[in-house]
Design a binder for this molecule. Sequence first.
Ligand SMILES: NC(=O)c1ccc[n+]([C@@H]2O[C@H](COP(=O)([O-])OP(=O)(O)OC[C@H]3O[C@@H](n4cnc5c(N)ncnc54)[C@H](O)[C@@H]3O)[C@@H](O)[C@H]2O)c1
Length: 247
Amino acid sequence: MKRLEDKVAIITGAARGIGFSIAEMLSEHGATSIIIDLNHEAVDAAVQQIDDMGNRAIGFTADVTNSDEIASIFKEIHKKFGKIDILINNAGITKDGLLMKMKESDWDAVMNVNLKGTFICTQKVCRYMLKSRSGVIINIASVVGIMGNAGQANYAASKGGIIALTKSSAREFASRNIRVNAIAPGFIQTEMTDKLPQEVIDNYSSAIPLSRMGTAKDVANLCIFLASQEAGYITGQTIQVDGGLIM
Ligand SMILES: NC(=O)c1ccc[n+]([C@@H]2O[C@H](COP(=O)([O-])OP(=O)(O)OC[C@H]3O[C@@H](n4cnc5c(N)ncnc54)[C@H](O)[C@@H]3O)[C@@H](O)[C@H]2O)c1
């Protein structure tokens, strides 16, 4: 029997990058991965890729900031499967700039997707998990939410908020056997980091004790552990996957 056999897992922002890698790995471990992302074609392609490997995935096109849309999708998923076991809040964006010059619209956009989106999905899923007295929620934060980063005040605040939200929801849900943890990735190679100037990439990479950027699979591996019963006594934690970048 596979480690996550028959689990129903929702992963937001999973059409590419870290989210896709998590969805792919969850399905390899026996779960049905439910991919939620903004772009219809990208969602279809991601589902197809998992399907081609002989594993189970379905997709929904939605914006995590739209609470009505998220509520109705989660209702449909629950109706189809009779349960929702795992939620991975992964959807996230950056709109970098120095604080002094940061547009309020860039502050709002990042806080909305990263922090409010995580709140909305958690709130909409918890009614099902509370009723079934079981569930796992994993929030994708960032090391930047712990250490701060010049040029990313909005992003760092949103990720620091996710860490606080993780602890608060872990405390609220623990008595109902729902575990909530956060993963704080360091510098991971995806389309999000590909757009950074080479100089920034080189500076980051030289500061990493393990001397390489992380991969989406490095993050997904921890996700599998946290989602599994082996992590049954772990809640409210933020675990870094950063090659030793901060310690
Ligand atoms: N790449 C890194 O170095 C790194 C480091 C730390 C944390 N993270 C976090 O990991 C997560 C994934 O990052 P990534 O590098 O794979 O990024 P990415 O940009 O490659 O992928 C993000 C995905 O989220 C989707 N998305 C964005 N806004 C959305 C919304 N409103 N509703 C639904 N989906 C939405 C995008 O369409 C995209 O498919 C993010 O939360 C990011 O902040 C990434």
